[in-house]
Ligand binder design. Structure first.
Ligand SMILES: [Ca+2]
Ligand SMILES: [Ca+2]
Length: 185
């Protein structure tokens, strides 16, 4: 009898502790996940990161070259060494691919990859397309090196309510599982 009631109250306490731990754990993961997804998934961070992506060309989408070129991706070399991007690719989630040719990204430098046509320079590269690449509502851009290994990815449109237009999912393993932490819709 006595033993039963002790074990009952002990198990109630244990259950309460477990519930408290769960609540605390949930709280901690909610607080830490956005930062860890962005910054800590790869211990050293990508050598070259997708720093920004303007998927919605400002203004009317008339497919003019000017409008196409106002759709762009910024890649930043995060290291102190030049990175040879020859053979690297930038791909959207429909499989549209841009391949870099004979381009070296200087240390700490940023290059802007425009969707339309133009003459490549040190700071601006052009995909030479006649149509838009990056969907305005949502999408994922993936940067891969010349061995087809994912270097960085950038997603937008799936984190409604996050207050910012795009972000990194981290990992680069398949990539398609963003937005799971933000259950509010
Ligand atoms: Ca677009
Ligand atoms: Ca637009």
């Amino acid at each position: 009898m006595q033993g039963d009631s002790v074990s009952d109250s002990a198990s109630v306490t244990a259950r309460r502790l477990a519930a408290a731990a769960l609540a605390a754990g949930a709280l901690v993961s909610v607080v830490t996940l956005p930062a860890s997804a962005a910054d800590h998934a790869r211990p050293h961070g990508p050598k070259v990161k997708i720093a920004a992506l303007q998927y919605d060309s400002p203004g009317r989408e008339d497919r003019s070259n000017r409008s196409l070129n106002n759709e762009w991706v910024d890649l930043t070399n995060t290291t102190r060494d030049a990175v040879n991007l020859d053979g690297w690719t930038l791909k959207d989630d429909h499989g549209r691919t841009y391949t870099f040719h004979h381009y070296r990204l200087a240390p700490r430098a940023t290059v802007r990859v425009h969707s339309g046509e133009g003459r490549d320079t040190r700071k601006d590269l052009f995909q030479d397309r006649r149509n838009y690449v990056w969907d305005n509502d949502r999408g994922t851009a993936t940067l891969r090196n010349d061995r087809n290994r994912p270097v960085d990815d950038f997603s937008w449109g799936r984190h409604q309510g996050g207050g910012h237009g795009g972000g990194h999912q981290g990992g680069g393993h398949g990539g398609g599982h963003g937005g799971g932490h933000d259950a509010r819709r």
